[in-house]
Design a protein around this ligand. Structure first.
Ligand code: SF4
Length: 339
């Protein structure tokens, strides 16, 4: 890109310094990158970028940046041991890798292990996975993510929105709540886009309430910061749910029926599922036949969320016709943990 000489051009592209992939414009003067700014025509960022993105030229021309392959020449390893790196050519590097790969494939392709990170911008992982499949090894791991990365977010995003990642609806919401997270304040996917939208929402009058034990970046910008005690997020959330359900009667019954375990009956004695004695399956209340049934009984007029796409025509007819004749098909009860 930066090889054009005698020219002064702005090149639209994406920042690759994290997985947000903000749209940027790069200024190239006489073959040298001199400036980076946000691209207002790009949906990601809409012209805004973070300081790291702005500092792209400093990274590109960092005198300590490794721009060529290095080979370790000291077989001894350990803390404080000089690896004695030696510069080698790209041909030597590629030949070395190919030789090692061939040896591995001849021995047992499963011996090849590839590790990537979650913050790679180019989604190279999909190409890597294809290569690993072709090579014959399943041993691929994304480090840097692991258990903590999106462990709550992706599941909830999938259940609620059928999406891997979401951003709050800052464009329309008038009241938003952050529970110890900093979406809209520089975190998560599309971080700059989130921050831009959150700033626009604040200017529009959005009231952002932040629940966080310490005055985090998002708390410092909040309309209201609620410094809860450490570890009480869950109690607070359940309290809000309790007030919405039982004091204000505000809930989405259809959503609860089809996408959650809310219709499962719960034992008052211990808050766990009421189960069928014979099958041990959780029970739901069939309001049409007015009796409890196991949740996957085909005669239940309610269908499970997972099964809606595969619901048989007869079951769908039974459900819709029964619902039309008699109203709501099942009772919506409190959800519970599984036993
Ligand atoms: S958030 Fe910053 S580093 Fe990440 S892609 Fe956008 S400008 Fe680049």
């Amino acid at each position: 890109m930066a090889t054009t000489t005698g020219a002064d051009v702005w090149i639209p592209t994406c920042c690759g310094q994290c997985y947000c992939m903000c749209g940027i414009k790069v200024r190239v003067q006489n073959g040298i990158v001199t400036e980076i700014e946000g691209n207002p025509d790009a949906p990601t960022g809409r012209g805004s970028i973070c300081p790291k993105g702005l500092a792209g030229p400093a990274l590109l021309y960092d005198p300590y940046r490794v721009n060529y392959p290095l080979k370790r020449t000291n077989p001894e390893k350990g803390l404080g041991v000089d690896p004695k790196w030696k510069r080698i050519s790209w041909d030597e590097a590629l030949d070395t890798i190919v030789t090692k790969l061939k040896e591995c494939k001849a021995r047992d392709p499963r011996g090849l292990y590839f590790q990537a990170t979650t913050t790679q911008a180019s989604e190279i992982r999909f190409g890597v996975i294809g290569f690993m499949k072709g090579f014959g090894t399943p041993n691929y791991w994304v480090s840097g993510g692991g258990l903590h990365c999106g462990n709550g977010a992706h599941f909830m995003n999938g259940i609620m929105h059928m999406a891997w990642s979401i951003i709050p609806d800052f464009a329309h919401a008038n009241y938003t709540m952050n529970f110890g997270c900093s979406k809209g304040h520089g975190a998560g996917h599309s971080a700059v886009q989130n921050a831009t939208q959150a700033a626009d929402a604040r200017a529009r009058g959005n009231k952002n309430v932040v629940f966080d034990p310490f005055q985090s970046a998002q708390a410092s910008k909040a309309w209201e910061w609620v410094p809860i005690r450490v570890g009480t997020d869950g109690a607070l959330a359940l309290g809000i749910v309790n007030a919405l359900l039982n004091e204000h009667g505000i809930y989405d019954a259809e959503y609860l029926m089809y996408k959650t375990n809310a219709p499962y009956l719960v034992r008052p004695s211990d808050g766990r599922y009421k189960r069928d004695d014979a099958t041990k399956k959780p029970l739901v209340w069939d309001a049409v036949d007015n009796c409890p049934k196991v949740f996957d009984d085909p005669s239940v007029t309610r269908v499970q969320y997972e099964d809606t796409a595969h619901e048989s025509r007869s079951a769908r007819w039974r459900r819709t016709s029964s619902a039309a004749r008699r109203g709501t098909s099942t009772r919506v009860g409190p959800s519970s943990r599984s036993t």
